[in-house]
Ligand binder design. Structure first.
Ligand SMILES: Nc1ncnc2c1ncn2[C@@H]1O[C@H](COP(=O)(O)OP(=O)(O)OP(=O)(O)O)[C@@H](O)[C@H]1O
Ligand SMILES: O=C(O)C1=C[C@@H](O)[C@@H](O)[C@H](O)C1
Length: 183
C-alpha cells in the first residue's frame, strides 16, 4: 500500500483553521497503525481482533482503520446489541430494561461473533467485566486500548454524557465519574 504524504500546502491551509499540530498528530498515528497492521497481517491468519478499553478510548476509530488495512469486516458490539434488541441506543436499553439485560445481550452477540473469522470488533466499554466474554474473545486476539483517565474524561466531556448511561447522573461530570467506574 502506498501512503500519500499529507504535509503539503493545502493540508496546512486546512490545519491553520482546526489546529495544525493535533491534525498532524492524528494523521501520524493513523499512518503508524496502518503500517503495524500490515506487518502483522499474515501472522493473524484470519483470526478476529477484539478491541477492548474504556468508553472513548478509541476502539471504533482504531477498529475501522485496522479492518480497512487487513481487509476484515468491522463490527461495533454495542450497535449489534441495539439491532438485536431493536432499540436505537445503549442508553435506552439500560433505561427500559437494565444494565444486566444489556450485558446478557452483549454476551450473546460476542458468542455469535466468536465463531466467525476476519472481523475487527469494537467491544462495549464494559464487556470486559464478564468472564464469559473473555472465553469468546480468546478465540481471537484481544487488544486493550489503554488511555489515561484524564484524556478519556476530556474526550467524553467534549461530546457530553447524555448518551452514556453509566455517566449520565445528575451529579456526574466526566472528570470525577470516569475514574469511579469499576472496569
Ligand atoms: N488517538 C486518539 N487521539 C485523540 N482522540 C481520539 C483518538 N482516538 C479517538 N479519539 C477521539 O475520541 C473519541 C472517542 O473515540 P471512539 O468513538 O473511537 O472511542 P470508543 O472507544 O469506540 O468509544 P465507545 O466505546 O464509547 O463507543 C472520538 O471523538 C475520537 O475522535
Ligand atoms: O455508552 C456507555 O455509557 C456504555 C456503553 C457500552 O459500551 C457499555 O459497555 C458501557 O458499560 C457503557
Amino acid at each position: 500500500m502506498e501512503f500519500k504524504s499529507t504535509r503539503d500546502k493545502s493540508c496546512c491551509r486546512i490545519c491553520s483553521r482546526i489546529g495544525h499540530q493535533s491534525l498532524h498528530n492524528s494523521v501520524d498515528e493513523a499512518l503508524l497503525l496502518k503500517r503495524k497492521a500490515e506487518e502483522v497481517q499474515f501472522e493473524l491468519n484470519g483470526r478476529c481482533i477484539y478491541l477492548v478499553g474504556m468508553m472513548g478510548s478509541g476502539k471504533s476509530t482504531v477498529g475501522k482503520i485496522l479492518a480497512e488495512v487487513l481487509g476484515y469486516s468491522y463490527f461495533d458490539s454495542d450497535s449489534l446489541v441495539e439491532q438485536a434488541v431493536g432499540m436505537p441506543s445503549v442508553a435506552q436499553i439500560f433505561k427500559v430494561h437494565s444494565e444486566a439485560f444489556f450485558r446478557d445481550s452483549e454476551s450473546s452477540v460476542l458468542r455469535d461473533l466468536s465463531s466467525m473469522h476476519r472481523l475487527v470488533v469494537a467491544t462495549g466499554g464494559g464487556a470486559v467485566i464478564r468472564p464469559v466474554n473473555w472465553r469468546y474473545m480468546k478465540k481471537g486476539l484481544s487488544i486493550m486500548l489503554d488511555v489515561p483517565l484524564d484524556a478519556l474524561a476530556k474526550r467524553i466531556a467534549q461530546v457530553g454524557t447524555a448518551s452514556r448511561p453509566l455517566l449520565d447522573q445528575p451529579s456526574a461530570d466526566p472528570y470525577t465519574a470516569v475514574p469511579t467506574l469499576n472496569f
